[in-house]
Design a protein around this ligand. Structure first.
Ligand SMILES: Nc1ncnc2c1ncn2[C@@H]1O[C@H](COP(=O)(O)OP(=O)(O)OP(=O)(O)O)[C@@H](O)[C@H]1O
Ligand SMILES: [Mg+2]
Length: 387
């Protein structure tokens, strides 16, 4: 299980450590930094696919995602006795992301520090570079248990006695250690960590508009993992029926829609989600169901996946759901948390409340442009590795 994520220098997340539970709810007012935290988690997962630099470029490049406030916020600035102002930069430009974990075989953690090239003759002078990457075990403190480490072009991996030995000396600054130095014999921890990060699953753009893929009849293949836009919803629901937990599926739908029943209509290999509702003479097809209904069905498919992920992150799942669906959704999340660790980013106070009894709830707030956790008394320590 992941016990915390840490972010430094990313948008309004100047320096934050967020403890995670089996279910974690991130809530807070507009502009508090919820989406930024969600995106930071996505960037971490991107690191495992070798897409970190490209994803940052997609957000406008490292420079635009960096914290736009002063390097240090003094007590006087917080108290308002002096204006917020920049001081001479003491540290180098850095975007840092990391997480730590605990448990048998799950205690691996990862921290990455990205910066800009010191000097370059390349036209890609604004491309972020990997400066330091660390794979460690247990908490991230001043002297963590390092299993593998990358400093510039050099990668070192701990041997059986815990001594770091060099496994690569010429890693390109734009290549991550997880994708370019993870070899099953020489560096099994890197491979394990990469697979772990690859098993993070994110849902933030389940489409339910009239042209949404999930409303089209389409070829179904066994689908243990719903796609990001939910386009393969019918196949995913049918897969749960056949190799997953069909009882949980039926209960989740009856729970939300008063005795309604979902069915998958298959015609010449083409699948469509239909719903039988009490009082209607024929089932309604995927084009006829409401946005909220389709979204809820997609969330059911995501949460009841027969192949549960290590970490499932839902961004604003309450969008277009009627308040009556909030309680069933919370029950579904709670049931799914037996099989996956879950993070829910939400605007909805009602959803946060419904999840609260079995979740760690963090309310984000902004102070001088910086995102903080409203009550961060129990935040674990986190020490970033030095460059
Ligand atoms: N480079 C930056 N440095 C500092 N702050 C930034 C930077 N880029 C964006 N911000 C601020 O970060 C804040 C957090 O934005 P974010 O989208 O995460 O908020 P949110 O909690 O998801 O809000 P909403 O509920 O409106 O979706 C915004 O107020 C934005 O102005
Ligand atoms: Mg947002």
């Amino acid at each position: 299980m992941l016990t915390a994520i840490a972010v430094s220098g990313y948008r309004s997340l100047r320096e934050i450590v967020v403890p995670l539970g089996r279910v974690t709810v991130i809530t807070g007012p507009n502009g508090a930094g919820k989406s930024s935290l969600y995106r930071a988690l996505r960037l971490l997962a991107d690191a495992a696919q070798g897409r970190l630099v490209a994803s940052l470029a997609g957000e406008g490049g490292l420079a635009s995602t960096l914290w736009a406030g002063p390097e240090r916020i003094s007590r006087e600035m917080r108290e308002g006795t002096v204006p917020v102002q920049g001081t001479v930069r003491r540290e180098r430009v850095a975007l840092k992301l990391g997480f730590c974990g605990e448990g048998d075989g799950d205690a691996l953690g990862y921290a990455v520090d990205l910066g800009l090239p010191v000097t370059t003759t390349s036209a890609f002078g604004l491309d972020p570079e990997y400066k330091v990457e660390t794979v460690f075990s247990g908490p991230m403190r001043a002297r963590p248990v390092v299993l593998a480490e990358r400093r510039g072009p050099m990668v070192r991996v701990a041997d059986d006695e815990g001594r770091l030995r060099v496994v690569a000396q010429h890693l390109a600054p734009f290549d991550g250690m997880l994708t370019h130095a993870a070899d099953p014999r020489g560096a099994p921890e890197l491979l394990a960590l990469r697979e772990r990060l690859r098993a993070f699953r994110f849902y933030d753009h389940l489409r339910t508009d009239p042209d949404a893929p999930m409303r089209q009849r389409r070829v179904g293949t066994r689908t243990p993992v719903l796609s990001g836009d939910g386009g393969d919803l019918a196949a995913a629901l049918q897969t749960i029926r056949e190799i997953g937990d069909p009882r949980a599926l039926d209960d989740a739908i009856a729970d939300a829609f008063d005795g309604a029943r979902v069915a998958i209509d298959v015609e010449a290999g083409l699948f469509e989600t239909v719903m039988h509702q009490p009082g209607l003479l024929r089932p309604l097809g995927a084009r006829e169901l409401s946005d909220g209904t389709m979204r809820y069905l997609a969330l059911v498919a995501a949460l009841l996946s027969p192949r549960p992920p290590a970490l499932l992150v839902l961004n604003e799942p309450e969008t277009s759901l009627h308040p009556d669906l909030i309680a069933p959704l919370a029950r579904l999340v709670h049931a799914a948390s037996d099989r996956a660790q879950i993070v829910v980013v939400t605007h909805s106070a009602a959803l946060a409340r419904a999840l609260a009894p079995d979740a760690v709830v963090h309310r984000l707030e902004k102070s001088l442009g910086e995102t903080r956790i409203a009550d961060d008394a129990d935040a674990p320590g986190w020490v970033w590795p030095k460059r």
